[in-house]
Design a protein around this ligand. Sequence first.
Ligand code: FAD
Length: 366
Amino acid sequence: MEYDYLIVGSGLFGSVFAHEMNKIGKKCLVIEKRSTIGGNIYTQKEENINVHKYGAHIFHTSDEEVWNYVNQFIKFNRFTNSPIANYKGELYNLPFNMNTFYKLWKTKTPAEAKEIIEAEKEEYKTENPANLEEQAINLVGPTIYKILIKGYTEKQWGKPCNELPSFIIKRLPVRFTYDNNYFNDLYQGIPLDGYTELIEKLLDGIEVKTDVNYFDDKEKWDAIADKVLFTGMIDEYYNYCYGELEYRGLEFKSETKDIENYQGNAVVNYTEAEIPYTRIIEHKHFEDSKSDKTIITYEYPKTWTKGEEAYYPVNDDKNSQLYEKYAKLADDEDKIIFGGRLGMYKYMNMDQVIKEALNTVKEEQQ
Ligand code: FAD
């Protein structure tokens, strides 16, 4: 065999796996169907701004091992995600915190805010919430639900909240401090020079072929390596023999503006149902780029159809059961390993993807 490992997909999972295997002397070949590396974390420099081409990506983790791992390759800035919500032209701080409550009810102390939220919850609570709407109202009361959750969630999932399962929202953190930091993690930041640099460093010294779709010549690729790590769609691998797994799609529309600063924040969510996009990203604010122009991206959730880029797995009962059938086939494979968000049909943040990839490397070495 020419290679120890053929790695299908140059996303974060494939790149971490390739790096670790290369480090221990295994010969790897990475093939990637896109013309760029990095999968969905790919960033591209335009107007001196690193543009997140597949949606805003903020690195955050509480896992010391993962944080140290990425910091071997690149440096991160001290970006703190503090999104703003725009509902019918009014602005609210996220996550729900004392600033949000002041805007909603003019409450100034935690006790005042708690009293209102608890009274609302008590008045509108449902014993066994049957859908997302009832669940959300149980957790935060109807005012926050109506202004900051309902429209956004309906756009995201393409369905009314009272037709969505309650499990989608398990917790809705409500913070009684004036803290707009969206994440609770210990570490957070954006790579100083974009995520593509991380992938380039991971793949340094490894053979990579872009614009190559594994399925166009599967037999040829399988024949040149002892083992295959596949990070594409698991149902596609098995030729959809049990049926198609579902995803939510996304469409990005970017504009370059001849002004220095468009919205004053990296992320502004639009929480009313009438506006078709869920958020506007202004890329330069992730890293305070020096440019007299700015680039913004509108994010439109949409129904996904086969052949399009798949973004979010729909982990409802129906799809989870279907995935289990594919996972059983995968368990019986000797030559092929499935990894990443498409291979494992699971939404994972970047830190989880790194952790999973490192675990897969460990399992391979046993
Ligand atoms: P991918 O990035 O999808 O990589 C898989 C690669 O395989 C792709 O490049 C694909 O082209 C290639 N491939 C597939 N099939 C084939 C084939 N047949 N032949 C050759 N190549 C193939 N995480 C965070 O931690 N913070 C965030 O803020 C964040 N924001 C996100 C925003 C959005 C809109 C989305 C969708 C995700 C976000 N994530 C975020 C999650 C993050 O994108 C993932 O954790 C990560 O990109 C997954 O890496 P992966 O390698 O598993 O998958």
